[in-house]
Ligand binder design. Structure first.
Ligand SMILES: [Zn+2]
Length: 57
């Protein structure tokens, strides 16, 4: 599967699903980021991109 943000191919264990993101981050600022809000049920985001977003907050 490919990361929704950077488009790189990642293994299952390297990505977070929408549910994981919401479940793992209780930070509403993080969840309100445009990228996170655009994350659909079927999209995944990789850990690298999660870290990048966290840095921007
Ligand atoms: Zn990524």
């Amino acid at each position: 599967m490919n990361c929704f943000v950077c488009g790189k191919k990642k293994e299952d264990y390297q990505v977070w699903t929408n549910k994981t993101v919401i479940g793992a981050t209780y930070d509403s600022e993080f969840q309100n980021k445009d990228i996170i809000r655009d994350l659909s049920d079927k999209s995944v985001i990789c850990h690298d991109c999660i870290k990048n977003i966290e840095k921007q907050i």
